[in-house]
Ligand binder design. Structure first.
Ligand SMILES: [Zn+2]
Length: 405
């Protein structure tokens, strides 16, 4: 047995310090099986170890394998066929180890490093209150991942990436009284700024198998639009967006928020899928409704019925509720929506016995870019610049200059 000659063909070595290695070492008198695993100490008592997957073969045909090789040696094959089998095993090994590693690591060797480009740094306040600093382009990965479904078309993701970059640079350049944060530029709270999620949350949402694909898709959207922003007459815009207009089209900022913004004008939107146009019901008991709206009992006329209780006073040109009156109180629809946590201001009201039901369509404030509309435009072959210049009127997509406010 000791005289058997074996040459070691490629081995796959997973080294604790050095990662996955490919070894072509040659040795004699080896007496372990093809495909066997070994754990070997690294040199000079360093405490390290290597996991070796041996893919070696006999150098000659006439050597009988040892009893330890019985499983393999019973098959009489030449060196050439061994080589073929060995190659197959090697490829299989790479597929079994390399691919999962690539997915689990999220293509990190071609992902974050390429988005870490020169540019502004963002001080981000996390939900815990902790402030972390990171490059803008890296921050944008977490924003796009949080703000738009990763399944969306690459051009829609690019539009989102440029909008998010524009918003961030606008916030970085206007450190004014509106910023409620002391030590940070932005927070992860979508109420205060853009939503943002860390890589661990992306992994949780997408799952280990899809993580690599979606992560590289989003980093590509950011990399392919690197440094690009949306400007109106040379000034960064406030690129507001929302999930879906429900097919009703977008609104003028003036109709929703009461102040005019030249590039935030209502446009038709014919791309929201039927799933986004279905009414979604939100039901409230009368007591709950009055409590949320802070309406005292005495303001509620007894036996008034729904018609006398909830009245729409005004609608936007596109038909969304603009102002309404509940009992004796008048509300702007945007405030009303927040108080009841409704999905949109495109709603109808129903009385179903002991409850009031609001049926909403679409999701969001309906000013600026409709994300589902952007997805629909992308699916019809429009690129991100066409999407952005459609939803933001009179704007340009340009490389960011530091001199821009
Ligand atoms: Zn839309």
């Amino acid at each position: 047995m000791a005289n058997d000659k074996w040459s070691i063909a490629p081995s796959l070595v997973i080294n604790r310090e050095r990662g996955i290695l490919y070894s072509t070492a040659t040795a004699n008198n080896a007496n372990f099986m093809v495909g066997s695993f070994q754990i070997l100490p690294t040199t000079k008592n360093s405490g390290g170890w290597s996991l070796v997957w041996n893919l070696f073969f006999p150098t000659t045909n006439n050597q009988r394998p040892t009893t330890k090789m019985a499983g393999w040696g019973g098959v009489k094959r030449g060196y050439r066929s061994c080589k073929v089998v060995g190659l197959c095993i090697l490829l299989f090994s790479l597929a079994m180890i390399g691919l999962p590693a690539l997915l689990v690591r999220g293509c990190s060797w071609s992902g974050p490093s390429q988005t870490r480009q020169q540019g502004p740094m963002v001080r981000l306040q996390l939900q815990t209150g902790q402030v972390v600093t990171m490059p803008l382009e890296e921050y944008l990965v977490g924003v796009v991942a949080a703000e738009m479904p990763a399944e969306f078309h690459p051009e829609a993701l690019k539009a989102q990436a440029v909008a998010a970059r524009t918003y961030t640079l606008l916030r970085l350049s206007t450190q004014n009284g509106n910023n409620k944060l002391f030590d940070a530029d932005l927070s992860t709270d979508p109420e205060n700024s853009q939503a943002w999620i860390p890589v661990s949350e992306m992994r949780r949402r997408w799952g280990a198998l899809s993580f690599g694909y979606y992560y590289s898709k989003i980093t590509a959207a950011i990399r392919d639009t690197a440094g690009e922003v949306v400007v109106y007459r040379g000034q960064l815009i406030d690129p507001v967006y929302y999930a879906s207009c429900g097919g009703l089209g977008t609104e003028d900022a003036a109709a929703v928020w009461g102040y005019d913004v030249p590039y935030l004008k209502g446009v038709a939107c014919n791309w929201d899928p039927p799933s986004q146009q279905q009414p979604v019901a939100a039901a409230f008991t009368y007591d709950d409704l009055f409590r949320r709206l802070d309406i005292p009992d005495k303001a509620v006329p007894s036996g008034a019925g729904l018609g006398g209780l909830v009245r729409v006073l005004d609608r936007t040109a596109r038909g969304r509720v603009k102002d309404l009156k509940v009992a004796t109180e008048t509300f702007m629809a945007t405030d009303f929506r927040k108080l009841l946590n409704l999905r949109s201001t495109d709603f109808t009201v129903k009385d179903v016995g002991s409850k009031v039901v609001f049926e909403t369509r679409g999701y969001g404030h309906a000013v600026g870019m409709c994300q589902w509309g952007a997805q629909g435009m992308a699916l019809q072959g429009k690129n991100y610049k066409e999407i952005l210049t459609y939803y933001y009127r009179g704007v340009q997509v340009v490389p960011y200059q530091d001199s821009q406010p």
